[in-house]
Design a protein around this ligand. Structure first.
Ligand SMILES: NC(=O)c1ccc[n+]([C@@H]2O[C@H](COP(=O)([O-])OP(=O)(O)OC[C@H]3O[C@@H](n4cnc5c(N)ncnc54)[C@H](O)[C@@H]3O)[C@@H](O)[C@H]2O)c1
Length: 425
């Protein structure tokens, strides 16, 4: 089938290439000419494991092409995926301007029946509003709007998109639903067919529930710190209960990224608009916002104040496997350390930071050279497998603060480090 994907970021590019894997012909459209140029030349403009290989494969087999030509792209395709960003506005709600601008474009150029599929994460009722925007531009050509939210995780986007836990399709049109079934005919994962409103809410509810698990375990980790109990043992003990499950129970410095913070915030706002306070999510958000500061208090306490200290921050990406720094706790930590008068060395295997107040190093051993403390924020494998004996011989003072509870405490203590995690007595 001929599929157009509008917005060639993390979700759009992955979606397009995975649809190629399933045998469809895909066009990727973006307003950013540089991205289109790079993708057409086989270069990915962001970091995602496995995606460059898929890109080159499907470019070589002529299964995918990239363009900025809106009119041709819309007219030549039957399925149109909207995969543009929906960032957080100042009031916490989702900024839908890119979604509506795409809807307007579709309405302007639509020449025959299309299924318009919203993959961007959007508030309940957006499918109807997208329909209205398209109709306002072109009331004559029939079309349907379907909600098909995306659940992939950056860092394992290809695997997730190829093997989703479920595919959610929200449609109020039998014709569109039948066409979506054909598009996903080779899908072996469960397909949840529902209304557009429910599909939109499923996406926010999923991310909010995962964020809730993280904030739950993070708050419990603070209690563990007070009670000299190891939070990892609590996570294991409760996670083996199949009603709870082991995932998203790793205590640490808090969640970040382009999805959880904005989606929790958007769901709170959606509820407010209905006259309801989603107090449970307000607390989730509050715990998450305060977690980096809770962690930094430990650093301050153990190394005897922050002013004038030299600190190495390991990891800028919001999690391993991605170059995404949107809402990364690392940025909060770096800003706070700088504002408290620290000299900050930064290292990340993928991300280059543009902050004149810090020094960025290409090699981790240069970043830790002569520092008073190491603060680990992103649990890249490179850090987990580091020669810590060598690190010990490089630092000024042997302090490690593990914001992900990812390092081997006993090994580090044996080498002679003072180790602090979160909820790790
Ligand atoms: N990143 C994730 O892990 C993830 C996972 C699931 C869902 N989502 C959701 O998917 C959506 C997209 O997220 P993303 O991370 O891929 O965003 P992104 O910022 O990486 O990509 C968005 C792309 O859309 C393009 N764009 C913006 N306006 C456009 C327009 N008018 N016409 C054509 N292109 C336009 C931008 O240039 C950009 O390349 C968001 O709603 C997000 O919440 C993201």
């Amino acid at each position: 089938m001929n599929v157009l994907v509008i917005g060639t970021g993390y979700v759009g590019t992955t979606t397009g290439l995975v649809l190629c894997e399933k045998g469809h012909k895909v066009t990727g459209l973006d307003i950013d000419e540089k991205k289109v140029e790079a993708l057409s030349a086989g270069r990915l403009h962001f970091y995602e494991k496995g995606l460059p290989e898929l890109l080159r494969k499907h470019l070589n087999q002529n299964n995918i092409s990239f363009t900025t030509d809106v009119k041709t792209a819309i007219q030549q395709n039957d399925f149109i995926f909207i995969c543009v960003g929906t960032p957080k506005k100042k009031d916490g709600s989702a900024d839908l301007s890119a979604v509506y601008s795409v809807a307007k474009m579709i309405g302007t150029y639509m020449n025959k029946y299309k299924v318009v599929i919203n993959k961007s994460t959007v508030p309940v009722g957006t499918a109807s509003k997208v329909k209205e925007v398209i109709e306002a531009e072109n009331g004559k050509v029939p079309f349907d709007v379907v909600s098909n939210p995306e659940f992939l995780r950056e860092g394992s986007a290809v695997y997730d998109a190829l093997h989703p836990d479920r595919v959610v399709i929200g449609s109020s049109s039998k014709k569109a639903l039948e066409m979506m079934r054909q598009l996903y005919v080779s899908e072996t994962s469960p397909i949840v067919e529902t209304t557009p409103n429910a599909a939109e809410l499923i996406k926010y509810a999923s991310n909010s529930f995962l964020a809730l698990k993280i904030s739950f375990i993070n708050q419990l980790a603070r209690l563990c710190d007070m009670m000299q109990v190891d939070i990892d043992e609590i996570s294991k003990g409760i996670g083996l209960d199949h009603r709870i499950g082991p995932h998203f129970l790793k205590a640490g410095i808090g969640y970040g990224g382009s999805c959880f913070p904005k989606d929790v915030s958007a769901l709170i706002t959606i509820a407010k608009e209905e006259g309801m306070i989603l107090s449970i999510l307000e607390e989730v958000e509050e715990i998450n916002k305060s977690q980096p500061f809770y962690f930094l208090e430990k650093v301050e306490k153990h190394i005897g104040g922050l002013e004038g200290k030299s600190i190495a921050v390991l990891g800028v990406a919001f999690k391993p496997g991605t170059d995404d720094t949107r809402e990364s706790p690392s940025l909060v930590v770096i800003d706070e350390l700088v504002s408290k008068g620290c000299s900050v060395n930064v290292h990340d295997p993928i991300v280059t930071i543009t902050n004149p107040s810090v020094k960025q190093f290409d090699h981790v051993f240069d970043a830790v050279d002569g520092v008073d403390a190491i603060v680990l924020i992103t649990d890249w494998d490179e850090y987990l497998n580091l020669d810590w004996q060598k690190v010990k011989s490089t630092v000024n003072r042997p302090y490690i603060f593990d914001g992900r509870n990812a390092l081997n405490k006993q090994e580090l203590v044996n080498i002679g480090f003072h180790y602090e995690g979160i909820g790790k007595p």
